[in-house]
Ligand binder design. Structure first.
Ligand SMILES: [Zn+2]
Length: 503
């Protein structure tokens, strides 16, 4: 008993000493995350020269080159065997022709219906039966398909959610794509969506959205229709009003519909920029720090600068990498390796992070956490507390029970930001948990934290510019990411994975 006392005591002193030291070092290197350093980098990333950084454009490639150059100058290692840039193909279609004939009458594209060009494989489709399934919702409280077998059939559903329930209008595209996935999972051959408010276009849009995989096996044709056309599809009198279709019984309707599509698919290239800071005694375990460097590009000659979304997160990754590189150079590098990754394709549907999660440069089972930064430079005008000292935290209770306690204790020790988790609920109508790159890691079991300032009037507008960024607040928020990464790369154990979640 006695014999053991002495070494245990010494060990405790040594541990306390090194913990004190760790805190001092963390504080020292966090000083490198300065408002001026952030401003300098963001002024390049969100400059006119980068042309809004749209995926698979010259602007995106210029941004990638800038990021790569920064990682290289810091002395970080390339994250892939072929260099810092993990290239991946994205596909985009050009429509050659399409036709939709219902009961002998032809309907015009972008006048009576619109088409998700990416969703449909070339060919002509004969539709003899349509199942009308109300909103097409399948969740814990409701299943709009429970009385029907839709296998091999087309369905017609309403866009959005019923009016008396929490509305998903803000993210109606997303919820549409969820509904399509669910219908497809139940065996549907195609989906008609009746628009809440169909916007006719004078010029036909022939370019489809970008996607990651040859879509024919991934999706089924998705056609959005006016309420008149929805009535026609079911063989009802189109003169009936929008409201009336809600009184139409759900179920199977005989139909006489032909749909044809002919398109050409282009293969484009994009990239994630990945750099590695090797750890010491735990170098085969990884802390992943991510942001997306792509944005919306140029539309109608207007540049979408994306200073907050997500120039702010990207700048943050560069600056945090700089702080860790300095620590490493001075002999205080982390025990685990740190992977710094800025992805592209986020605005096209989280494509770059999905590609990485399917072709990880470092094993996901050995990735202790993904810290994802997407929009940290602005203030949510609806924020009710101290708007100069808050940050939304999403996802830190979903897969690991020790992630949130660590986050909170780190914050308390170093910063005292108001960490606000109002958007953390999976059922939150904004669905933020599903809307940035961390989701592709969470989906694969990696514990995640998503750092976010909320949206604002300039969100996804050309006015999301550098001059509106609050650099002091941004630096403080990024220090939280830095301190969290410091802790997670140096602690003895990886984050536990003890929660199984229905995501
Ligand atoms: Zn974003």
């Amino acid at each position: 008993m006695k014999k053991l006392l002495v070494p245990t005591f010494l060990f405790a002193v040594a541990t306390a000493f090194s913990q004190r030291q760790q805190i001092d070092f963390a504080n020292k290197y966090a000083q490198d995350i300065t408002a001026s350093g952030l401003k300098e980098k963001l002024s390049v990333i969100a400059s006119a020269e980068m042309e809004g950084r749209e995926t698979a454009t010259p602007g995106q490639r210029r941004a990638a080159a800038y990021i790569e150059n920064h990682f290289q100058k810091l002395g970080l290692l390339p994250g892939t065997t072929s260099g810092y840039q993990m290239q991946f193909p994205v596909y985009q279609d050009t429509l050659i022709e399409t036709g939709l004939q219902v009961n002998g009458k032809m309907y015009r594209l972008d006048d009576s219906f619109s088409l998700d060009i990416a969703s449909a494989a070339n060919g002509s489709y004969n539709i003899n039966e349509i199942v009308f399934a109300s909103y097409g919702i399948v969740d814990s409280s409701r299943n709009d398909y429970k009385d029907f077998n839709i296998k091999g059939k087309w369905v017609l559903i309403f866009e959005g959610m019923p009016d008396n329930e929490a509305t998903l209008e803000k993210s109606s595209n997303y919820s549409n794509s969820m509904k399509v996935l669910q219908a497809k999972a139940l065996g549907a051959n195609g989906v008609f969506i009746m628009a809440r408010d169909f916007v006719k276009k004078t010029t036909v849009n022939k370019k489809g959205r970008m996607y990651l995989k040859k879509i024919a096996t991934e999706s089924v044709p998705v056609i959005t229709v006016t309420s008149d056309l929805a009535h026609e599809l079911l063989g009802l009198n189109p003169a009936r009003l929008l409201e009336s279709i809600k009184n139409v019984p759900t179920g199977s309707y005989k139909s006489r519909v032909q749909f044809l599509i002919n398109k050409r698919t282009l293969t484009l290239q994009s990239s994630n920029v990945v750099a590695l800071l090797p750890g010491t005694d735990k170098k085969n375990e990884f802390v992943l720090i991510t942001s997306h460097y792509d944005h919306l590009g140029v539309k109608d000659k207007e540049i979408y600068y994306g200073a907050d979304d997500d120039g702010s997160g990207t700048t943050g990754v560069l600056q945090i990498a700089q702080a860790f590189a300095k620590a490493k150079n001075e002999g205080h590098g982390p025990r685990r390796s740190i992977v710094f990754m800025t992805v592209s394709g986020e605005e096209k549907g989280l494509l770059g992070s999905e590609f990485y999660s399917e072709h990880p440069a470092f094993p996901l089972t050995k990735t202790t956490v993904d810290l994802n930064i997407d929009m940290v430079g602005r203030i949510d005008p609806d924020y009710k507390g101290d708007s100069s000292n808050y940050l939304y935290i999403i996802g830190d209770d979903k897969l690991s029970s020790n992630l949130r306690p660590v986050t909170d204790s780190i914050n308390k020790r170093y910063l005292n930001l108001q960490l606000d988790r109002r958007f953390n609920d999976l059922n939150d109508s904004n669905r933020y948990y599903y809307r940035s790159d961390h989701y592709n890691f969470a989906k694969n079991g990696v514990p995640v934290i998503f750092y976010f300032n909320g949206t604002h009037a300039d969100y996804h507008r050309p006015t999301d510019t550098v001059d509106k960024i609050k650099f002091d607040l941004m630096a403080k928020r990024l220090k939280l990411v830095f301190f969290t990464a410091w802790e997670m790369s140096n602690r003895n154990e990886m984050m536990t994975r003890d929660i199984t979640l229905q995501q």
